[in-house]
Design a protein around this ligand. Structure first.
Ligand code: FBP
Length: 407
């Protein structure tokens, strides 16, 4: 139980010095935030971590409240008074959360469109960035931020990112492999619609250590979702929320901008077994197979197993659509081959399962799939256990017609 004595922080009011803005020809300011900059964090610089050990945690020992403050931060939660995930993973998380605070600052910055133009020009030299799926400049910047955080952690052997053609080999001694979509939903960014970062963490396959770098980087990145040690997303919205699982429940932490800490606000999220919301781009209705059409027609008329008329909600930003689904229940889906197994479907299915829900491609459990290609795409259905099972019972729910859409 959270203590009711949550301290109220006074928000500092900064007087902008108008003469300083915008800074002249210098976009570096966008990378600076008021948060602490971790360099190479070490176990001794992060108080209270036990030496490295496996991720088997005793959830009965998890401390969710800090006596002094009435809340616990992400780093306290994973430290020795909480989950005690071990030094290596705690250090890695420290760097990932810092990277996400930088991305949060970037997407909320009044200058991000100038940055987009600036970086867009350099990225465009010799490259066609006009296509719908072409990386947006903020994708590229976010990718760089995550890459530098993982490198600085010293704990990552390989990073595989949706933004890169191939995985990047970082450190032969790094115990972890990180897969990531650094900025999902970035097509929404110019309208300030929520976006998110997704990440999954695996152990490095030591038995592959003898292989050439390129080969072991790829094989380490193609691990089945069943092997995830931890996964998470960060939602950049009216609040910045880091939602993570280390294999013992799904927990969400909200960024307190006054302290720079992610504070535990949603311990042990349990997705309702039924929701009353479906989330899909239903302009695609006429490209859907019969089974999916029937399912949606049925639930929106209140004729499904749950006799309520379902409502539609679709942000078109996977992290935001999933976050709502975790809290309110229902189904978030993209029935066409669009979302990526490695960077999106696996980490998010892990979180959903840890919250008691289900992640499916319409036929199979996502976490049981063996990725064969790094950028493999598939239909994705995430949500309440009973809703997903009902949807799967319609059989024919994967959209095969995928013409590529203009918006
Ligand atoms: O165009 P659709 O099929 O509605 O797809 C929308 C989905 O695509 C995404 O924008 C991801 O696309 P990208 O991986 O190409 O960025 C999700 O955030 C969103 O859920």
């Amino acid at each position: 139980m959270q203590s009711s004595a949550i301290p109220l922080h006074s928000t500092p009011v900064f007087q902008p010095k108008l003469t300083n803005f915008p800074p002249k020809n210098n976009y570096q300011f966008l990378f600076r935030t008021n948060f602490f900059t971790p360099r190479m964090a070490s176990a001794s610089s992060l108080s209270g971590y036990y030496p490295i050990r496996s991720l088997k945690v005793d959830s009965s020992s998890i401390v969710t409240d800090d006596d002094a403050n009435g809340f616990s931060t992400l780093m306290e939660y994973v430290g020795k008074g909480g989950l005690n995930v071990g030094d290596d993973l705690a250090i890695l998380l420290h760097h990932i959360q810092y990277a996400c605070k930088r991305i949060a600052a970037l997407v909320a910055s009044p200058f991000n469109s100038s940055l987009a133009r600036h970086i867009g020009r350099s990225a465009a030299a010799g490259t066609d960035v006009s296509g719908r799926d072409a990386p947006k400049p903020l994708d590229i910047v976010s990718n760089e931020i995550i890459l530098s955080a993982l490198r600085n952690s010293g704990k990552v052997a390989v990073m595989a990112s949706e933004e890169d053609d191939s995985p990047i080999w970082l450190n032969a001694d790094g115990p972890f492999v990180v897969v990531t979509d650094p900025l999902d939903g970035s097509r929404n960014i110019d309208a300030s619609i929520p976006t998110g970062t997704i990440f999954g963490i695996y152990g490095r396959h030591v038995e592959l250590d003898h292989l050439p770098e390129e080969e072991k980087a790829l094989l380490n990145s193609l691990q089945s979702g069943k092997r995830l040690l931890a996964a998470g997303y960060v939602l950049y919205s009216s609040a910045t929320i880091l939602c993570a699982s280390f294999g013992s429940g799904t927990h969400a932490f909200t960024l307190d901008h006054t302290t720079g800490d992610f504070v535990l606000t949603h311990p042990n999220i349990k997705i309702p077994p039924r929701g009353q919301i479906y989330s899909v781009n239903d302009a695609r209705y006429f490209d859907w197979p019969e089974g999916l059409r029937k399912y949606i027609d049925t639930v929106r008329q209140g004729k499904g197993k749950y006799p309520k008329k379902y409502s539609a909600r679709y942000i078109c930003s996977l992290v935001a659509d999933l976050h709502r689904t975790l809290l309110y229940g229902g189904v978030a889906m993209n029935p066409r081959d669009h979302l990526r197994l490695v960077y999106e479907a696996n980490p998010l299915s892990f979180l959903v399962e840890q919250a008691g829900g289900k992640g499916s491609d319409g036929k199979n459990r996502i976490l049981s799939l063996q990725p064969v290609k790094l950028h493999q795409r598939l239909p994705l259905f995430l949500g309440s256990l009973e809703d997903i099972e009902e949807l799967e019972s319609y059989g024919d729910v994967q959209q095969k017609v995928n013409p590529g859409y203009e918006v």
